[in-house]
Design a protein around this ligand. Structure first.
Ligand SMILES: C[S@@+](CC[C@H](N)C(=O)[O-])C[C@H]1O[C@@H](n2cnc3c(N)ncnc32)[C@H](O)[C@@H]1O
Ligand code: SF4
Length: 379
């Protein structure tokens, strides 16, 4: 039986000072003044329309991502958050994260974000190595990154995440460990550690840099995982590491196939509709100018996740999590009986790609390394 899952909200801010050569996110170099105030107004309308499909469920997390949300003023976020508070229900301990770039960090701005109700920051450090920052086309220095982390803490953010990338051009194991060690020295509750991937439609795709060879990438990953473990961080998803119990509630909701509204240019969402027992995906206009000019009152574009797509959609999310999923979670989130995947799960447990820990089914270490092939088994 399909149940209404927990609800999150993603808010997309699509502008950056400069486009990074590896980035395929929906982010656009701000050519002139950003139409911040108009965008905030449209975001509020966008929210109202989507929230109308949610049967008054409380929001349990909000993530403001980009792009570079820290280009916006605290006043703008205060306006959005008070609009949401006035028109929707928020859980009392709602996690509210804002993505911030070190180059746009100012001590006052961080304090104002905190006072506006943001209670978690995610800071895009990428590397503390000046040479790598240059390779990555970043507009901040390592010194600015360190200052941004200090600003975050002194502004009151006890809960912050640092984004780091590894497998960077010419990087060796020691370089990557130095970056990680520096990040850990700031004692963040959460670190996201992404391996650099070369994405289509990026400058790196057109002119690829020389990346470390496979054996270096493997040793680098093994050494990083060991350092995380010995420093008290648990890996709870492929790229996510946190102190005990301090995982990102927003991300966990994605991995448990929860519902989320996506508002802003290019944002996508997933909503379970109680009346029709349907699960739908939503997608907004990608180009900021197009998004701003379209009347938000026009029909929301919804694509249904059909019955026979639900199991694989669920597994693509749930198997990313180290904790996997229970049979009852599978049934309540997909509306399908566990028997729909039961035989395949048994087969993969016997083959050592899945494992059962108490009542949860998760990828084994081997299955985690071969996640794409593991998922293919369910197609
Ligand atoms: C939405 S993005 C950007 C956030 C923020 N604007 C910034 O640049 O710091 C979130 C994170 O994804 C990671 N990321 C972006 N592109 C990537 C790529 N091609 N390969 C691996 N990680 C990537 C970066 O660590 C980045 O901080
Ligand atoms: S600042 Fe972040 S979102 Fe913007 S282009 Fe660079 S990586 Fe992409």
């Amino acid at each position: 039986m399909l149940e209404l899952p927990p609800l999150s909200l993603y808010i997309h801010i699509p502008w950056c000072v400069k486009k990074c050569p590896y980035c395929d996110f929906n982010s656009h170099e701000a050519q002139s003044d950003i139409p911040e105030s108009d965008y905030v107004d449209i975001l509020c309308q966008d929210f109202d329309r989507d929230y109308g499909f949610c049967n008054g469920r409380p929001l349990q997390s909000i993530f403001i991502g980009g792009g570079t949300p820290s280009l916006f003023s605290a006043k703008s976020f205060e306006k959005i958050l008070s609009h949401i508070q006035a028109n929707a229900s928020l859980s009392t301990d709602c996690e509210i994260t804002l993505e911030a770039n070190p180059g746009t960090a100012e001590a006052d701005k961080f304090s104002d974000y905190f006072n506006a109700g943001i209670n978690r920051l995610s800071i895009g450090i990428q590397s503390f190595d000046e040479r790598q920052l240059k390779n990555l086309g970043r507009i901040h220095s390592a010194h600015e990154s360190k200052k941004a982390i200090d600003f975050a803490r002194s502004a009151g953010f006890e809960n912050f995440n640092l984004d780091l990338m590894h497998g960077l051009p010419g990087q060796n194991v020691n370089d990557a460990l130095n970056d990680l060690q520096t990040a850990i020295s700031f004692d963040p509750l959460h670190i996201s550690w992404y391996q650099l991937t070369i994405e289509p439609n990026t400058v790196f795709y057109a002119r690829p840099p020389t990346l470390p060879e496979e054996p270096v990438l493997n040793s680098l990953e093994d050494a990083g995982l060991t350092l995380f473990e010995s420093s008290g961080y648990q890996r709870y998803e492929i790229s996510a590491f946190s102190k005990e119990g301090r995982h990102s509630r927003h991300n966990v909701n994605y991995w448990e196939f929860g519902d989320y509204l996506g508002i802003g240019a290019g944002a996508h969402g997933k909503i379970t509709l109680a009346e029709t027992n349907a699960i739908v995906r939503t997608q907004k206009h990608r180009q900021p100018n197009h998004y701003l000019s379209k009347s938000i009152q026009s029909d929301l574009k919804k694509t249904e996740i059909l019955q026979d797509e639900r199991a694989i959609e669920f597994l693509m999310n749930a198997l990313r999590s180290r904790h996997g999923f229970s049979e009852s979670l599978f049934e309540s989130r997909t509306g399908l009986p566990f028997s729909a995947i039961g035989k395949k799960v048994e087969y993969l447990i016997a083959g050592g790609l899945l494992q059962k820990i108490d009542d949860r089914i998760a990828a084994s270490d081997k299955g985690y390394r071969l996640l794409n092939s593991l998922l293919q088994e369910f197609l």
